[in-house]
Design a protein around this ligand. Structure first.
Ligand code: 2M8
Length: 444
């Protein structure tokens, strides 16, 4: 995918570009980009992927550094941690902080090969990174080649994908499982209610949330959610983050996570070809994973993918937007792609009719909440993926309308984290990294 000059240079486009550039400049720390000064003052894994995709149009060098900094915190078993902590940020600024995760303490992360520095979390996030690296390279192949960017990141990205397809295939059907709701990136999605039901919550008052100092409680996960998040993370930590030892009471195959895994496996094949490595294993893995995604998670009656609860042995029949994100996967059979587009534009998600940007969870779902985080609000990264999917499956007009709606919403909301899907009202933190970055990408 080649980048082109900005178009069209309308006053609106210029002001969107200008505002988004300011956010990226302001959130840059010298080696990576924070999602937000208030809520998230460290480096997040999938945020950095989206941020690099936008940053490549502004500074291809910084976009490469963004991914390199993240990869420098990779663990010996191949995992990329979901947070890389900045040592100068006070512990109280974000919960859970490094003293909770203890990645560098002997016997905690050491068994899984955590680096001795920097401090990181021990869980992961959706694998957008190989796709991001490939897009970053294409934005400026000369700088990339001169710096040996692809040659250096390729083995790390391949090890990351291998970690997911091998150690995280907890269901044994060729899909990666997430072992914590935070690993989905869609923390309090209604899709996790059922798999979380049997998880005992940590004791109330055993930790202090930092998010409520910056975010409205009605926009954030509940205390009960947090108590379960804490319990799962502590159990994993106390098993040394070893996937062969940890009991993983929460193990779920998520369609969005696996769709990004597949898209990244295709990107790895492109990268391998570009640097003269053998690409065939990546293509085989992408195909196998796509077949498993369809066999295990596709629900023909619903016209979308559902998560699979590995512990319960059953599908979670909640209509999350995660179930539409496989639209980014190449080579879906035409009836599957058509059904996904119908679901996206029908009454459940209402795109183009009821909503300008797709909600994170169906408007018609029993758990829908227009304000609460991943239980309804519309997110820019999800819609950016859907926009790509619409283009991939022959819907350029719908894609253009979504692109225009996202640009309007981003500017009107000061690049907010998420918006009310009915009104477009800003929710969460402003000047948010991936909202700004993806605005730039949509303008390019
Ligand atoms: C949110 O998640 C973090 C935990 O990882 C949190 O709520 O503290 C999610 O929206 C996630 O997708 C995102 O990567 C992260 C940082 O923007 O914030």
């Amino acid at each position: 995918e080649q980048t082109s000059t900005l178009h069209p240079l309308t006053p609106d486009a210029i002001s969107a570009y200008d505002g988004a550039c300011h956010v990226l400049l302001d959130n840059w720390t010298g080696s990576s980009t924070i999602p937000s000064h208030s809520l998230y003052p460290h480096q997040w894994s999938w945020d950095s992927g989206f941020i690099a995709i936008g940053q490549r149009h502004l500074s291809p060098l910084r976009a490469q550094q963004e991914l390199e900094t993240l990869l420098a915190a990779q663990w010996g078993d191949g995992r990329i941690p979901h947070i890389v902590f900045h040592p100068e940020v006070p512990l109280a600024a974000y919960f859970p902080s490094p003293d909770f995760w203890r990645s560098t303490t002997a016997g905690r992360g050491a068994g899984a090969g955590a680096p001795t520095a920097p401090e990181t979390s021990g869980i992961v996030q959706p694998p957008i990174h190989a796709l991001a690296a490939w897009l970053v390279h294409q934005a400026d192949p000369d700088t990339s080649q001169r710096r040996g960017f692809l040659v250096r990141v390729y083995p790390k990205l391949a090890a990351w994908q291998r970690y997911l397809t091998e150690r995280r295939d907890l269901g044994g059907h060729g899909l990666a499982s997430i072992v914590h709701p935070w690993e989905s990136g869609m923390d309090n999605s209604p899709s996790w209610d059922q798999p979380l039901a049997a998880v005992p919550p940590a004791a109330p008052g055993s930790f202090t949330r930092a998010d409520l100092a910056h975010g409205a409680p009605c926009d954030r996960p509940t205390d009960l959610d947090y108590r379960k998040y804490v319990r799962l993370a502590l159990d994993y930590r106390d098993h040394g983050y070893r996937d062969d030892l940890a009991p993983h009471p929460f193990a779920v195959e998520d369609p969005a996570f696996n769709a990004l895994l597949i898209a990244s496996e295709h990107a790895l094949a492109e990268i391998a070809m570009e640097i003269g490595e053998d690409s065939s294993a990546h293509l085989v893995r992408a195909e196998e994973c796509t077949a498993a995604l369809r066999e295990r998670l596709w629900d023909e009656d619903a016209g979308q993918f559902f998560s699979f609860d590995v512990r319960a042995g059953s599908r979670v029949r909640e209509r999350s937007a995660a179930g539409l994100i496989p639209l980014i996967v190449p080579g879906l059979p035409a009836p599957v792609a058509r059904a996904l587009i119908d679901t996206l534009t029908g009454p459940h998600f209402g795109l183009g009719d009821i909503t300008a940007m797709a909600p994170s969870y169906a408007l018609t779902g029993a758990a829908f909440d227009a304000s609460r985080y991943w239980r309804g609000p519309a997110w820019f990264n999800v819609n950016w993926l859907l926009e790509r999917g619409l283009r991939r499956y022959g819907q350029p007009r719908r894609a253009a309308a979504l692109r225009a709606a996202m640009l309007r919403a981003a500017v009107a909301s000061d690049f907010t984290e998420y918006v009310d899907p009915y009104t477009g009202a800003a929710r969460g933190s402003r000047d948010f990294g991936w909202t700004a970055a993806l605005t730039i990408d949509l303008l390019a």
